[in-house]
Design a protein around this ligand. Structure first.
Ligand SMILES: [Cu+2]
Length: 390
């Protein structure tokens, strides 16, 4: 079976120049320079003889229907049978999205229309085969760098698609764990696309499932994927968030805010309050919940208020023995982690970035709404608030 070399690579220079020419007229000089600057990127197809994966043609193929976060696609926790090819399809959407209730909006770059993009799930040694579609209605070139993959640029150089193109990339998931993916189209476009929402995660489960610190099976009843995103929205002289006619018009201003390294928002699932209140994540007492958390650009430190990380794969690696009973854990920018917690009490739990300024003032908070019976042994109010008696 031949490796699938996308047509865009064979005509790369032509399609890229045509694309730049078509868009330069509608953008500022600074923005145009960033597009042209990307041509310094590495050659998309490495030299030398390709290793042909002849055995792949005989593998079972499974289409995975991706779903918008915080939900996760249907999957087996323990692999059935041998390695398979997991087919997924993602469509790039450049779209205006609401960020908070004050009217702040962002021209987002998204995989499948959500910020972050969908979680992809497979087992170690499976192949992920992605069809990446960049509709003609978009303005920008996009691609994808999979941290779960092995190969220069993480697939980024093999997946560049101009508006009106699609490409197919296949990679073998050789390492188990949780891994970020993100767009990386070169030069300033890399951080611009990533902090415009163009990132997500892959979860590669061990074939025999997750294990606790003693090596015993660790099962989950629910799994949620939370993508945390730092945003850098430009304001006018009056402190009002600026609005733009399209994604390129706002880019020079946003790059300036980005360079301050001071986000205007830090959010889960693309907007302040996207996962709080009526949007809270659901669970029941006694259920074990796996929380997959990614941050493609900036460090974060999740904490479940009133609970713990019973098992936490801090570096996202499922081959490592998980840490236990954690209070707060670190996720470096460009990374992800998974935490398993069994809820023991009902109520509303806040799951936050425990930089409390980012959580409370900038938006990095989610809620779990947990049903069940209260356990007085674990916690009780011995006396209600009242006058001081002593
Ligand atoms: Cu992109």
């Amino acid at each position: 079976m031949e490796l699938n070399v996308p047509a865009v690579q064979e005509q790369n220079g032509v399609s890229r120049r045509g694309f730049i020419g078509a868009t330069v007229a509608s953008m500022g000089a600074a923005a145009a320079a960033t597009l042209i600057g990307r041509s310094a990127q590495a050659s998309p197809r490495p030299a030398g003889a390709a290793v042909k994966p002849e055995q792949i043609s005989g593998l079972r193929r499974v289409k995975q229907t991706l779903v918008a976060p915080p939900f996760t696609p249907e999957h087996d926790q323990v692999a059935q049978g041998g390695p398979k090819v997991v087919e997924v399809r993602m469509v790039v959407e450049e779209k205006l999205m609401d960020v908070d209730s004050s009217g702040a909006k962002i021209w987002a770059c998204t995989f499948n229309g959500s910020m972050p993009g969908p979680l992809i799930v497979c087992h170690q040694d499976d192949y992920i085969e992605l069809t990446l579609v960049n509709p003609a209605s978009n303005m920008l070139m996009h691609n994808i760098d999979f941290h779960a993959s092995t190969g220069a640029m993480g697939g980024g150089a093999l997946t560049e698609v101009a508006p009106g193109q699609e490409v197919v990339l296949r990679f073998r998931a050789t390492k188990s764990g949780t891994f970020v993916y993100h767009c990386a189209p070169g030069s300033q476009m890399i951080p611009f696309h990533v902090v415009s929402g163009m990132n997500g995660a892959v979860m590669v489960l061990p074939r025999d499932g997750l294990k606790d610190e003693r090596g015993n099976p660790a099962h989950y009843d629910r799994a949620y994927y939370l993508g945390e995103q730092d945003l850098y929205l430009p304001k006018d002289a009056n402190g009002k968030y600026k609005e733009y006619d399209n994604i390129l018009m706002g880019m020079p201003d946003m790059l300036e805010v980005m360079k301050t390294l001071t986000p205007t928002h830090v959010v889960f699932n693309g907007a302040v309050g996207a996962l709080t209140g009526k949007n809270a994540l659901k669970a029941k007492v006694g259920e074990s919940v796996l929380i997959i958390h990614s941050q493609a650009n900036r460090d974060t430190r999740p904490h479940l208020i009133g609970g713990h990380g019973d098992l936490v794969w801090v570096g996202g690696c499922f081959n490592d023995k998980p840490s236990t009973n954690m209070e707060t854990w670190m996720i470096p920018g460009g990374g992800s982690a998974a935490a398993l917690y069994t809820f023991r009490q009902p109520g509303t739990y806040a799951y936050i970035n425990h930089n409390l300024i980012e959580a409370i003032l900038l938006g990095a908070a989610a809620h779990f709404q947990v049903e069940g019976n209260w356990n007085d042994d674990l916690m009780s109010q011995v006396r209600a608030p009242g006058p001081i008696t002593v």
